[in-house]
Design a protein around this ligand. Structure first.
Ligand code: HEC
Length: 257
């Protein structure tokens, strides 16, 4: 479907409701129920259900913006805002009222605890609002796998704030493991300019690839490749079992057949 700002991937709930209201009016079945329905669609209170819609974005532009954003409020904000800011402009509506600053807390794997890399949480924020739960989670599962397997950082900033030598494959979506392996390889401390720039570049990489996948969803050509590890292993987990458990990976209890 189209509006004056270009093709909009998902119709807003309001458009859908108004659309069906019109249909009902055309069929001359407007009664108390139908008018209440239309009034309801015009109601301004209450949260706006997702998906809020998506238009295809330029992955390279979003990547540079994520890199720049990192230096404002770190990783989670960097990715979420890089994707949501252009949607605020091109799709508008509820995006106008979404303060992405509320997701700054994802920094350092959630307030410095080294759990999920904030770039992935930021990606999840963006995919959930834009694509809704089903497609949003499918893209995020692919991004969790991508993050663990990609040799990052890949992105070359226009205006690098530091020069870095090493890239690394984290084999994990955890901030602690990902940043830890890279810091060891590069031989730098957490507070170094190099480490900061590495994380800013990783934010760019994750924003870039997330937009590549979201664009495929918008084109109708997306096929998610990554299943849920909890369904596969019988415990919520990342794939690198042996890295933490050594050779003795415990067998989770499975439901009785
Ligand atoms: C980031 C490190 C890490 C990764 C990766 C990881 N685990 Fe664990 N896992 C742990 C820790 C720590 C515990 C708690 C161990 C304990 O208390 O004995 C645990 C507990 C478990 C338990 C329940 C406790 C037990 O001993 O039965 C199971 C089952 C398990 N892990 C299986 C897996 C499987 C399968 C994978 C890969 C799909 C995996 N884990 C990946 C760290 C990890």
């Amino acid at each position: 479907m189209k509006n004056e700002k270009g093709p909009v991937f998902a119709p807003t709930r309001r458009e859908m409701l108004i659309g069906s209201g019109k249909l009902a009016a055309g069929a001359a079945v407007v009664g108390v129920g139908a008018s209440a329905f239309i009034n309801n669609a015009n109601a301004t209170s209450g949260p706006k259900p997702t998906p809020w819609g998506y238009v295809k974005l330029d992955p390279a532009k979003v990547a540079q913006s994520a890199y720049d954003n990192w230096y404002k409020h770190y990783c989670c904000y960097a990715v979420a805002e890089a994707i949501i800011a252009p949607l605020r402009e091109k799709v508008g509506g509820p995006y106008q009222n979404l303060p992405v600053e509320a997701f700054i807390f994802g920094h350092g794997g959630t307030v410095g605890f080294g759990t999920l890399c904030g770039t992935l949480m930021g990606a999840g924020v963006a995919t959930s609002f834009a694509l809704g739960r089903k497609d949003g989670e499918a893209v995020l599962r692919d991004m969790m796998a991508y993050y663990s397997e990609a040799d990052m950082p890949i992105f070359k900033p226009n205006n690098p704030k530091a020069q870095i030598k090493n890239t690394n494959i984290s084999e994990s979506p955890l901030c602690h493991i990902s940043v830890g392996k890279w810091m060891k390889k590069e031989g730098v401390a957490l507070k170094s300019a190099e480490r900061k720039d590495r994380c800013a570049r990783v934010a760019a990489d994750i924003a870039y690839q997330t937009v590549v996948l979201m664009n495929k969803v918008a084109d109708g050509t997306y096929e998610g490749e990554t299943g849920s590890p909890s369904a596969e292993y019988g415990i919520t987990a990342q794939e690198n079992c042996t890295e933490c458990h050594g050779d003795n990976v415990p067998e989770p209890l499975m439901p009785k057949a």
